[in-house]
Design a protein around this ligand. Structure first.
Ligand SMILES: [Zn+2]
Length: 284
């Protein structure tokens, strides 16, 4: 078959100047997970469920459907759990991450909306350390507080040095923006790990006495993902900031009432995702 040089030139030019077929753009959008908006007012496009079990971790309370994530979160959880399993022989029970669409949850959380927040229990569940729990067993696990009964300190029967190491490894990861723990837990870690830089990532907050809440930074390239004001990593937060959480009797000050809850406005891109009409490639 003779080769037509004009045809070859035409094909070369076509390949250089070709406009991508819109179908490619649709396929690309459908294949990419995107965290949109802020941790407390956002959603997830094409969220991916995290595996329900893996080396060193098990997801609990599956019927809630809150195990969807940005793949960055899944990678973080799986690598952290592998480390915890290999270095400490520990187990991570994973609580709420995000709903399939992200967005506001009807209870408890004001964040967890973009698939970049995850709750991890402190409890080193003795059976979960040995085998995978059944779906029913997982459904009945709730975070156990590690505080003493008068809420003035840690209950050392419920605490474990292993938990301190888990938090240290979790916070030392570059992908982590901050970790929320109860002020009493932060105070304990400030006492046992004085001067260590990762303490600066631990933010005291109400509750968080049975689990820690990891918040990841926006993944690279996530143009619609809103980051938070960066923390000052030259301050470990163990000084007057932390002292300000406590009353003279050693208990934590009451959470101020903020009146009627107001919900921050969601980005426009979230509306079709949250109302179930989203289709890749369609303008919102
Ligand atoms: Zn949380």
């Amino acid at each position: 078959m003779s080769r037509n040089p004009n045809l070859s030139l035409f094909i070369i030019l076509l390949s250089i100047f070709a406009v991508p077929y819109p179908g490619d753009a649709i396929a690309a959008e459908a294949a990419v997970t995107e965290s949109i908006g802020s941790y407390a007012a956002g959603c997830i496009r094409n969220a991916v469920p995290i595996p329900v079990s893996g080396e060193g971790f098990q997801v609990i309370r599956l019927s809630r459907g809150r195990y969807y994530a940005n793949p960055e979160t899944t990678e973080y959880i799986t690598s952290l759990a592998k480390d915890i399993s290999e270095k400490l022989g520990g187990i991570l029970l994973i609580g709420d991450v995000a709903q399939r669409t992200g967005g506001p949850m009807y209870d408890e959380h004001s964040s967890h909306q973009t698939g970049l927040d995850a709750d991890i229990l402190f409890w080193q569940h003795p059976i979960a350390l040995k085998r995978q729990l059944t779906i029913t067993e997982r459904a009945h696990i709730f975070p156990q507080s590690v505080l003493n009964s008068d809420q003035t300190g840690i209950d050392d029967f419920k605490w474990d040095v292993k938990i301190e190491e888990i938090i240290k490894i979790a916070a030392s990861d570059k992908r982590v923006d901050r970790i929320f723990v109860n002020p009493i837990i932060k105070r304990r870690l400030c006492q046992t790990h004085p001067g260590e830089k990762w303490l600066g990532k631990l933010r005291p907050w109400y509750g968080h006495d049975g689990h820690f809440h990891v918040r990841l930074k926006c993944p690279p390239g996530g143009a619609l993902c809103e980051t938070q004001e960066p923390l000052n990593m030259f301050d470990d937060g163990c000084g007057s900031d932390l002292d300000g959480w406590f009353r003279p009797d050693g208990r934590i000050k009451s959470q101020p009432r903020t009146g009627k809850a107001t919900h921050a406005k969601l980005p426009d891109e979230c509306i079709p995702i949250l109302n179930g009409t989203y289709q890749p490639g369609r303008p919102y």
